[in-house]
Design a protein around this ligand. Structure first.
Ligand code: NAP
Length: 251
């Protein structure tokens, strides 16, 4: 019987693959058989070494996604070094916190440019390649703040709500061209991004109490959803934002 979740021979770009959720997803895709283009501004040396131990090809692609300058090169280098492009995971992202009344234009632009603008233009660059080959899987990393408002993170909430909308729009445009565009919305995951929240005893307790699973997620908790959305198991799933949140949204 064919394994619906097998990614043998597929090539995946994962942005922000050096740490956290990006590393967890890259290694899950590698475990399922995909070659990995580990894209980011910090070299994803550990991720690439671990992927190679799993028996797949893996390459580092250096790129700063605070502008869209590198998006074409990321796709070209991936095809050149790994022989193709089948899967794109738009994971690189940042967050800036301040009261909305004091929020600066710099903090607005930095988050929107990295989380939303670069995500769209990397989808576009990869989408052109995928449309030409009639096949592709795109997974954008959304957030609980694709569904909820949050506080003190206006550009982050705008960017992640935008990522959810963009995911649906691209699915509508590209579903008939053999491309699946979906998103994963992680709940509270223990990474560099959430160190401050984890260290704040009160906030940490409030968060854990509200999560039905009773614990923070780990980067590896996103692996199963990523493999599902990257594989033929999800061929008829389009424009979906899949929460992997220990039940946070269900409460
Ligand atoms: P993280 O550990 O801080 O990882 C963020 C990744 O994005 C890092 O690899 C980082 O590279 C990369 N990145 C940031 N700016 C970049 C740029 N200009 N160019 C290239 N790469 C850049 O945080 P994380 O929690 O794993 O976050 C990954 C994604 O999940 C983000 O989109 C985040 O919004 C989303 N998310 C996280 C949570 C959570 O609870 N942790 C929840 C919902 C959504 P450097 O190491 O070089 O900075």
């Amino acid at each position: 019987m064919t394994n619906l979740f097998d990614l043998t021979g597929k090539v995946a770009i994962v942005t922000g693959a050096n740490t956290g959720i990006g590393q967890g997803i890259a290694l899950a895709l590698a475990q399922a058989g995909a070659s990995i283009a580990a894209v980011g501004r910090s070299a994803a040396t550990e991720t690439v070494e671990k992927a190679r131990v799993l028996g797949v090809k893996a390459e580092i692609i250096s790129a700063d996604l605070s502008t869209i300058e590198p998006v074409g090169r990321i796709v070209d280098e991936t095809v050149e070094k790994l022989g193709g492009l089948d899967i794109l995971v738009n994971n690189a992202g940042i967050i800036r916190r301040n009261d909305s009344v004091d929020f600066s234009e710099e903090d607005w632009d930095a988050v929107i440019d990295t989380n939303l603008k670069s995500t769209f233009f990397l989808c576009q660059a990869a989408g052109r390649h995928m449309i030409a080959q009639g096949y592709g899987k795109i997974i954008n990393i959304a957030s609980m703040l694709s569904f909820q408002g949050g506080i003190r993170v206006p550009s982050y909430t705008a960017s992640k709500s935008g990522v959810a909308g963009l995911t649906k729009l691209l699915a509508c445009e590209w579903a008939a061209k053999g491309i699946n565009v979906n998103a994963i919305a992680p709940g509270y995951i223990a990474t560099n991004n959430t160190t401050a929240l984890q260290a704040d005893e009160t906030r940490n307790r409030q968060i854990v109490e509200r999560i039905p699973a009773g614990r923070w997620g780990e980067p590896g908790d996103l692996g199963g959803a990523a493999v599902f959305l990257a594989s033929s198991a999800s061929d008829y799933v389009q424009g979906h934002v899949l929460a992997v949140d220990g039940g946070w949204l269900a409460r």
